[in-house]
Structure formats: structure tokens, C-alpha cells
Design a protein. Structure first.
Length: 483
């Protein structure tokens, strides 16, 4: 029985039988070996080598060298006692130019990876696309071109035919919003474009690629292997009633522009026109294709966003202009803690998002496919990494997940981001999200204190009683359109 003592402090919080505990990574962030075994170049290979694009000029050329250290990384998963491992398959390892025949050594690598996981009783959860688009396809227009959506479906079908049902779950695309927005609109991620029209086109073609891939994979896969998509959703909090309309618009532009097409087959009316794909880009069957039923929804959750009315010419502490919404600002409530990324730590945002998704798509299984915390981790003179901030973050967010389950949300699993420190995109190696500390000079993996905490949760399927307050509750006056 789940226990809650009379004083209100939570007791043992048990998760349902069969709840999936996992950790997540992605190919470009950990593999390295970018020039080996026939791998082609990706947009991130190109982008990371452009001066000024990544902190300190870091690249993923070596990263965690996981391409050569798979056995070592299997041991990390074993130590944690996890039942699943989410990884991504590098498109340029399978098709170096994004089309044409399979590069057999690349395919063999992933087959070996999957077999190694299966041999240890760990379910392989494969992401088909985690941002490493072949550069050759970007040269032909990238995700702003409809051709890429079709090529993506062909690639997904190749994977389904070759790896079949040895993969326990398939995720088509990870965070299409970040590809469209950071990759094509503001240029902070690969391929580094700064064009609203390209970003609007990429939005549609990423979603179309997802829908086409679902159909192609279902045709190729034996039996009913679950297929879904991972979306990053940030609840938008309005500080007061004056900001409710702006919060609803931001929610449409940041969350619903990807969520609604997948769940309902339409784009949100509240989003600004310049962010939406133009009508001439959308062919008659596109929305039906995008809206094809999925077997689960992957949720990547890190932080909420707060908005209020504000003067762009006289910003207060913690405020920044909200692009496209004059007179409205993003702000960071001073009473809430933040990670080193500057992201507000608010577990109730996860709870609210899970409940909202469950209401919108009743009984659709939800997996938290990413959740985690960057911290200023370092190895102490005693050889330990005491990442207390990450443990507090984990405890609060796992409690939020548990509370959502108690309230009827069909939450089926949790994947911590990430298994180990890695190449954190434009931050390079200057942000650490891992349960394992990586010394990038020696490639030594060292368990952080959080690894022991998470291993205990995964192995017991329960969250032990908290020794202190889990987190501050959000004020009742705060409103989230998503919830």
C-alpha cells in the first residue's frame, strides 16, 4: 500500500508493476567515430565545426567514444538495474547520404548494440531521428524540403525491416520543435538557418516525416511493435489574468503546434501565422498522415515557462522580451530554484503536463522519454561526485510522476536524461546531465551520487520517503493554458 502519514509527509511511493525504468542518450552526443565504418557527415558534424557555433569549439568527433565502448556502457546500465535503454540511430551511419543502399557496417553496429542489450534483459528503445540529418540531404533543402520527409520514411522502413521486433519500442522523431525553431528559425542549432519560412516548412515536414514513417514501419514490422514520437512540452504559466491571452498564444506556438497535428490532425489557430506552415505547403492527405494513430506519446519535460506583461525598454530582474509578443516578457520567479541552464525547477509542471495530456488523449500510454538536470558536477578529492541538486530534482519529478499515476494518468515509464555526461549540443561539454560523470580526456565513467539514488528507485520500483520538502508548490494564482 502507498503510504502518506498523517503529518502530510509522503511515505513510500510505489509505482505500478511493469513500470519501465530507463535512461536515454542520442547518437551524435555519445558515439564519436564520425569518420569510421562508412558513416556519412551529418548537419551536426558541419555545424559543430563552424567557428563560434558551439562553446569552446567543441565537437562530437569523439564525444563519449561509445561507438568503441558499448560493452562498458552496458555495464553502466547493469549497475543501475534498468529495464530499458533509449538510444538513437545515426541516419548517416545507415545511409551516408540520406538515401540509397544500406551501409552494412553501420547497421551491424546497431544490431550488435540491440543484441547486447537483449542479452542483459534490457529493452532497446530506438529513436529513428535525434537531429543528425545527413548533410547531403540538408544540401538539398533539409527539413524545409518535402523530399526529406519521404526520404525519412524510406530510412525508417529500412530500420524496421533490418532490426524488426528486436527493438521493443520505436520513437520516430525526437523534439521536432527544436529542429524547426533552433535549427531553422533562430540558428542556434544545426543547420544554423535563420529564416521563418524555412522553419515553418520544416515544422510541417518533420511532422509529415513522422506520419509517413509510422505507416512505413507498420508495414515492415512483424506484429504490433509500439511506435510513438517524443515531444518536448513546457507548460506556459501566466502570472496573472492580464497575461492569460499571451500565455495561450505562446502555448499554441511552443507546444500545440506539434501536439495538435499528432493528436488531432490540425494546427492551432492561436499561433502566429508566420510560425504556421502555409496552406500551399499542405497537401490534401498530409494532416491525416500526421494524425495516424500512435501507440504511445513520449514526453520530454524539463521546465515550465512563465510570462507576464512587461516593458521591453525597462526590463526587471529575471525578465526577457518574448519575441513576437510586444509588451509581454518571459520571467523567472525569484522564489523558484533554477538549474545551471537557467531553467526553473518545478516538478508540478510535470504533474500538470501529464494530467493535461491524459485528458487530451485518454488512455494513450505516456512515457517520460527525457527528464533530468544539468549541474556543476565535479570530482571531489575523495573521488566522488556529490550531485545533490540532481537528486533533489529527480526526487521531486519522480514524485510528480507518481502523483499523476495516482490520479489516473496512464504513465508507463520514465527515462532519465541522460545515462552519462555527453556532448550537449551548442553547450558542447560545458553542461553535464549524466548519472555518470565522464572524464572526456580519459573517457573514464564515474557514477555520481544520483546514480545510486536512481538505481535504488529502479530496482525497488518505489520512491522512498523524503527526508525533507520535495518542492515548493506553485501558487494557486498561476495558470497554465496547457493544464
Amino acid at each position: 500500500m502507498n503510504a502518506t502519514p498523517n503529518n502530510g509527509a509522503p511515505g513510500v511511493r510505489r509505482f505500478p508493476p511493469g513500470f519501465v525504468w530507463g535512461a536515454a542518450t542520442s547518437a551524435y552526443q555519445i558515439e564519436g567515430a564520425v569518420d569510421e565504418d562508412g558513416r556519412g557527415s551529418s548537419v551536426w558534424d558541419t555545424f559543430s565545426h563552424m567557428p563560434g557555433k558551439v562553446q569552446r569549439g567543441d565537437t562530437g568527433d569523439i564525444a563519449c567514444d561509445s561507438y568503441h565502448r558499448a560493452e562498458e556502457d552496458f555495464e553502466l546500465l547493469d549497475e543501475l538495474g534498468l529495464g530499458a535503454y533509449r538510444f538513437s540511430i545515426a541516419w548517416p551511419r545507415i545511409q551516408p547520404t540520406g538515401r540509397g543502399p544500406v551501409n552494412q557496417p553501420g547497421l551491424d553496429y546497431y544490431r550488435s548494440l540491440i543484441e547486447g542489450l537483449r542479452a542483459r534483459g534490457i529493452a532497446p528503445v530506438a529513436t529513428v531521428h535525434h537531429w543528425d540529418l545527413p548533410q547531403a540531404l540538408e544540401d538539398r533543402g533539409g527539413w524545409a524540403s518535402r523530399e526529406t520527409a519521404g526520404r525519412f520514411a524510406e530510412y525508417a522502413a529500412l530500420l524496421a525491416e533490418a532490426l524488426g521486433d528486436q527493438v521493443a519500442m520505436w520513437i520516430t522523431v525526437n523534439e521536432p520543435k527544436q529542429v524547426a525553431h533552433q535549427g531553422y528559425r533562430v540558428g542556434t542549432h544545426a543547420p544554423g538557418k535563420t529564416d521563418f519560412a524555412l522553419a515553418a516548412a520544416a515544422t510541417h515536414h518533420l511532422l509529415l516525416g513522422h506520419g509517413l514513417a509510422v505507416a512505413a514501419m507498420r508495414s515492415a514490422l512483424p506484429g504490433r511493435v509500439p511506435i510513438g514520437i517524443s515531444l518536448d512540452i513546457h507548460p506556459i504559466r501566466a502570472a496573472d489574468e492580464d497575461a492569460l491571452e499571451a500565455a495561450a498564444a505562446v502555448d499554441a506556438e511552443q507546444n500545440r503546434i506539434f501536439l495538435e497535428p499528432v493528436l488531432h490532425g490540425s494546427y492551432p489557430e492561436a499561433a502566429r501565422a508566420e510560425l504556421l506552415p502555409p496552406a500551399e505547403l499542405i497537401e490534401p492527405s498530409d494532416m491525416e498522415t500526421i494524425h495516424a494513430p500512435i501507440d504511445f506519446l513520449g514526453l520530454n519535460y524539463y521546465t515550465p515557462h512563465y510570462v507576464r506583461r512587461g516593458d521591453w525598454d525597462d526590463l526587471r530582474l529575471g525578465e526577457s522580451p518574448l519575441p513576437g509578443h510586444p509588451g509581454v516578457v518571459d520571467f523567472v520567479p525569484p522564489e523558484l530554484p533554477c538549474t545551471v541552464m537557467g531553467w526553473v525547477v518545478e516538478p508540478d509542471g510535470l504533474y500538470d503536463t501529464l494530467c493535461a495530456l491524459d485528458r487530451e488523449a485518454p488512455r494513450l500510454p505516456i512515457y517520460i522519454t527525457e527528464n533530468g538536470c544539468a549541474a556543476d558536477d565535479y570530482v571531489s578529492p575523495q573521488g566522488d561526485v556529490n550531485d545533490r541538486e540532481r537528486i533533489a530534482y529527480l526526487e521531486g519529478h519522480l514524485d510528480a510522476a507518481w502523483r499523476a499515476i495516482q490520479d489516473g494518468v496512464n504513465l508507463s515509464g520514465y527515462f532519465h536524461w541522460s545515462l552519462m555526461d555527453n556532448f550537449e549540443w551548442a553547450y558542447g561539454y560545458q553542461r553535464r546531465f549524466g548519472l555518470y560523470f565522464v572524464d572526456f580526456e580519459t573517457q573514464r565513467r564515474l557514477p555520481k551520487r544520483s546514480a545510486g539514488f536512481y538505481a535504488n528507485v529502479a530496482q525497488t520500483n518505489e520512491l522512498a520517503p523524503s527526508k525533507g520538502a520535495l518542492h515548493a508548490r506553485v501558487l494557486a494564482t498561476v495558470h497554465s493554458p496547457l493544464s
